[in-house]
Design a protein around this ligand. Structure first.
Ligand code: AP5
Ligand code: MG
Length: 182
């Protein structure tokens, strides 16, 4: 099975839910920049304080902060990994590629979870995380469309992308992912 994966998709697509399951089952490191940033916020670190205001509004935290977190986790790692919520723009994607060339561990597959806006808004409102209110969700979606969605073509152009539907039950989506990993 592929050991170096990236999950791409809008907020609420199910990236975190599916990544958790897949990583537990296959012993991969689940690297969610959103989760890592939330831990920094909770611990009240300098980095967390810088990130908090931006996250609460649904904007993107600075590339520099995010890249420092990811580099620390990826360098020297001897297991496979799954990146969730990173990269978030073309600059981050390029920085990631440079890093992966250095460590000689290229991405093997990008899974793109496709889903309608209506369904993801419903899911996020039902979850109710701090940034899951209607106004912030709309902004996160706009940021996704402007900054992150161009990565779909970026990875498709490299022949790395497989798209699946992110609607259906959690089990149905896990099965779809399993099929494209084999
Ligand atoms: P991040 O934590 O990455 O949030 P997000 O992209 O908005 O995505 P979510 O985590 O909300 O959605 P998800 O696709 O993981 O779905 P989930 O599985 O949780 O980022 C948060 C913030 O951090 C950003 O706004 C930004 O400020 C900052 N940030 C993070 N990374 C950054 C980066 N690289 N650069 C700069 N800034 C960065 O599912 C959602 C809900 O739906 C859950 O309640 C779940 O239980 C439910 N659900 C899942 N699947 C199903 C299903 N099949 N059926 C029904 N319900 C389902
Ligand atoms: Mg998530």
């Amino acid at each position: 099975m592929k050991q170096r994966l990236l999950f791409l998709g809008p907020p609420g697509a199910g990236k975190g839910t599916q990544a958790d399951r897949l990583c537990k089952k296959n012993n991969l490191l689940h690297l969610s920049t959103g989760d890592l940033l939330r831990s920094e916020v909770q611990a009240g670190t300098d980095l967390g304080q810088k990130a908090q205001t931006i996250m609460s509004k649904g904007g993107l935290v600075s590339d520099e902060l995010v890249l420092s977190i990811v580099k620390n986790k990826l360098i020297g790692l001897d297991s496979g990994w799954l990146l969730d919520g990173f990269p978030r723009n073309v600059f981050q994607a390029q920085a990631l590629e440079d890093l992966l060339v250095q460590v000689d561990q290229p991405i093997q597959l990008v899974v793109f979870l496709k889903i309608d806006d209506g369904l993801l808004i419903q899911r996020l409102l039902a979850r109710g995380r701090d940034d899951d209110n209607e106004e912030v969700i709309r902004h996160r979606l706009e940021v996704y469309k402007n900054m992150t969605a161009p990565l779909v073509d970026h990875y498709r152009g490299k022949g790395l992308l497989k798209a699946i539907s992110g609607s259906g039950t959690i089990d149905e989506i896990s099965n779809r992912i399993q099929e494209i990993l084999e």
